[in-house]
Design a protein around this ligand. Sequence first.
Ligand SMILES: [Zn+2]
Length: 340
Amino acid sequence: MAKYNVHAGHNSIVPGAGKYLDEVAEDRKVKNEVISLLKSAGNTVYDCTDDKGKTQGANLANIVAKCNAHSVDLDISIHLNAGGGTGVEVYYYTGDSTGQAYAAAVSAAISEALGIPNRGAKATTGLYVLSNTKATAILVECCFVDNKTDQAAWNVTKCAQAIVKGVTGKTVSATTKPEGSTSKPASKPAVKKNLGNVDIFYACNAGGKNWPEVKNRLDWCGKADGVALKYLGLRVSKGAIKGRVYTRASGWLPWITFTNSYNLNDHANGCLGDGSDILAIELYYITPPGYVYKKVYYRVSVIGNNSFYSAQIDDETGSGMDGYAGDKKNAVDKLQAWIA
Ligand SMILES: [Zn+2]
């Protein structure tokens, strides 16, 4: 998963803008919700908000010091605008194409969520936070505090959800959303790097034994036709993979997210399964932020039918796909998976 720094601008000693909305009050609400949403999606998030700086300069320096104490994928600075305008705009450091892509995606998402004008991504070298943070950074001006239309449209939750959607490419509904529940890439920042080849490695327990790991489509995992998979472990060479299995004893088990390791002997958290027959498998590949999305393709065969069912892609439905592989009735005896 990704790492983010998130902070709200200004503080109560050196407040920001105000009129119909109070910037310091509202930017902190948005900040808290963005952090909560990103964390519930499995990301690492640091709150770099400063409440101690007694001057504007001290406030900015404190924020940047906190940001640069962590190595992250993106710094997100949250502000509200003023000065006679309407709508949302998002700043990035001039020449940072990754920042530009995030800025454009976040601006568009907030505009859509709040129904206010999209002023778009704006390049600048004049904002202290953008100039002095080490990681790619964006500064979000969510709306205008001195515009009545913006005030009427203002909604902290919608704004926070839109920021997360713009940054991760995934739609989120609420912070109470169960960890690992399925979310589909909705909007994707326009400029993304190519991730290159991603390998998936996976192994299973079947017939009372852990079987050697297999890679991509070079082989399949399982013991043999007619022997049910009981536990399954997965790992990927880049990004992360989220998986869950439907078992004869329990139905759908909780999602587990794997990065570069699993443990078939750790039946609590190290692998998927509860020791009963696995009847269906659902996988979702989590592309690192800033890269063109990739997906996991996977297919199973079940006991009583030696040929593979057609491949399932992530949690997609339609075109003959159910959103998972398997039929929830017959035990899975072979699995094959690859990332493309
Ligand atoms: Zn501000």
